[in-house]
Design a protein around this ligand. Structure first.
Ligand code: RP5
Length: 164
């Protein structure tokens, strides 16, 4: 088994339905990764341990998804200088606007790269993590180019929507 380069963490198992899109994207691109439920407020000690040890365990990027008062990405960023990509999970009450604002508004000094709310954000977090790793991995860079080219081909092949 290849050691994971990306750690995907989420505040609750209920976030998996969203965060699985980050995992599936990384799998498609052949990026070794791990997935864990780590809650900032329910398991704060685990979060500190996970983030503090991430770099020495060989992780190069962390994707953190959470909903509501979503402090998971920011707290993870406070404990490691690895790049943290934050995914706002859509919440029941405020449709993820709460998650988005609480992830994106980090005070200066501790950055979190914030993606879109929900599935698009999780998918793009996977792509962005791959792009970060691809800066030092030419084979992954090539796979990323192929992924983008396939996506382009799919759209170009659509033709006239009335005939679909
Ligand atoms: C956050 O609270 C989680 O990230 C999740 O999005 C939200 C709801 O969690 P559950 O009540 O479903 O466990 O901590």
């Amino acid at each position: 088994m290849t050691s994971p380069l990306v750690g995907i963490i989420m505040g609750s198992i209920s976030d998996w339905e969203t965060m699985r899109h980050a995992s599936e994207t990384l799998s498609q691109l052949g990026v070794p990764h791990e997935t864990r439920v780590v809650s900032a407020h329910r398991t704060p000690d685990l979060l500190f341990e996970y983030a503090a040890q991430a770099e020495s365990r060989g992780l190069r990027v962390i994707i953190a998804g959470a909903g509501g008062a979503a402090h998971l990405p920011g707290m993870a960023a406070a404990k490691t200088s690895l790049p943290i990509l934050g995914v706002p999970v859509e919440s029941a009450m405020l449709r993820g606007v709460d998650s988005l604002l609480s992830i994106v508004q980090m005070p200066a000094g501790i950055p979190v790269g914030t993606l879109a709310i929900g599935k698009a954000g999780a998918t793009n977090a996977g792509l962005l993590a791959a792009a970060i790793l691809a800066t030092t991995d030419p084979e992954l860079r090539q796979r990323l180019h192929e992924f983008r080219a396939k996506q382009t081909e799919k759209v170009l092949a659509i033709g006239d929507p009335r005939e679909m």
